[in-house]
Design a protein around this ligand. Sequence first.
Ligand code: FAD
Length: 511
Amino acid sequence: MDAPQDSRIRSIVIVGGGTAGWMTAAALVQHFRKAPVTITVVESSEIGTIGVGEATIPTIRRFYAQLGMTDAEVMQATQATCKLGIRFVDWSGPGSDFIHPFGLYGQELKGIGFHHYWMRLRAHGDTTPLSDFSLGASLARAGKFTHPSPNPPSSLSVFDWALHLDASLFAQHLRAYAEAGGCSRIDAKVGSVELRSTDGFIETITLEDGRKIEGDLFVDCTGFRGLLIGEAMGSTYEDWGQWLPCDTAYAVQSENAPGDAPQPFTRVAARSAGWQWGIPLRHRAGNGIVFSSAHLEDQQALDTLMPNLMGEPLTEPRRIGFRPGRRRQAWVKNCVAIGLSAGFLEPLESTSIALIENGIERLKSLFPDRNFAQPVIDEYNDQSAREMERTRDFIILHYKLNGRDEPMWRDCREAAVPETLQRKIDLWKARGQFVRYRWEMFHPASWLAIYDGFNAMPDTYDPGVESFAIADLSRGLSEMRAAVAKTVDATPDHAQFLAQFPTGLDRSRAA
Ligand code: FAD
């Protein structure tokens, strides 16, 4: 039976038309198709969007698949390339290099993680890198790409992939989808937000041209400013700067490296007080530096960034200041923050768009009525906070394990980390096992990739692996390694794979 008519949400107003705003609009249009719910996006072309956010993790593909979009369609619409993982350069000092793939390592046996077998062989002098047992990492390093098998014969064949995409083209594509499904768009600046005198809920927003927009539910996608959630609703910001020292970025677009096929990974190279990214797209590359302003002057950051672009610059570098952290309450009364307005973690592991996806999923699954029951809001806020903290811990791990000599890096190595992370590191060191909390975005294989990449392996392995003779283990692991290498050999180059998708096509679909 339908819920009482008078308590159902009938109008949703999304303020902000960046990646967060249009992802939310598209997903809600799809979710409420045929239901009597109006969805309006208010965005200001004068203010514009942040214009970065080009590397993703595999969940993005699940997000747009729910909208009925195919990989081919999104790749063509957004000039995308494939991403098998992230290549970390110089994080343990000059010359160090590893890949964090979206995928597994080796095959588990008897419920004991593969890395324990590998550690035992290593203790007997075997020098095969752990990454040779990861198909994702091996494909990435070889510059190859193909779709993963839908029915992998073993965990050896398991890998996943994401996209490097042009963020503004992605927003345009989502906008076309949302508008075709009935979403309205208003291009105007919000001047003020009016709260109901009785209970402090948002009643209307007033645009600078005087128009008033009413709504039952307001979604704040206004970016760092947090116009609704922060300024109007008073949700304060929890600052994580004590753990994550970087607070500034310069972003610049460039040509792709001349003659080079785009690599199927994001490149992040550690610098003296931060790190530099390189993201290959079909039509250009995205570059930027993220750094600690307490350790590096702006000019020094630019002097580091500009000589190391992927190709000739196409734009002027743009400065973006930020505070790592989160809103203490992402949802207050009838206002939910999604995107940068809800918090921000530096883009080292490309997590922001994934946090947007999960915020949207959470909003759909806890969708309120106009009574806005507090337990629903509390649950949303609790899940959001835990997810942000777990993601934060994963990023801090990279700083904690670094092997560089400059002051910022030394400080990060020596500084205390959150207790939730320390527990994980302690168990890992003592027993080679992973602690998994609720709302973790990263699988143990990702933690393993980082521990291994920083050469932070535990001293001991699981005693259960001793039931295998060394010769048998050695033969088994050689076979696994050979199977990975054979698959890599038989896989086409990333460039060949991309050639199937001519770019420039801007198809949009109705919801
Ligand atoms: P914005 O893009 O800032 O959009 C805000 C919207 O609100 C705009 O439409 C604006 O016009 C509107 N608005 C603001 N005020 C008003 C007003 N008064 N009236 C009307 N409209 C208003 N994420 C990833 O997943 N991968 C990455 O590789 C990645 N790289 C990043 C690199 C850097 C340096 C930074 C800072 C972030 C990066 N991110 C990345 C994060 C990513 O850019 C954002 O999560 C994503 O773009 C979403 O932003 P948003 O939509 O929340 O905000």
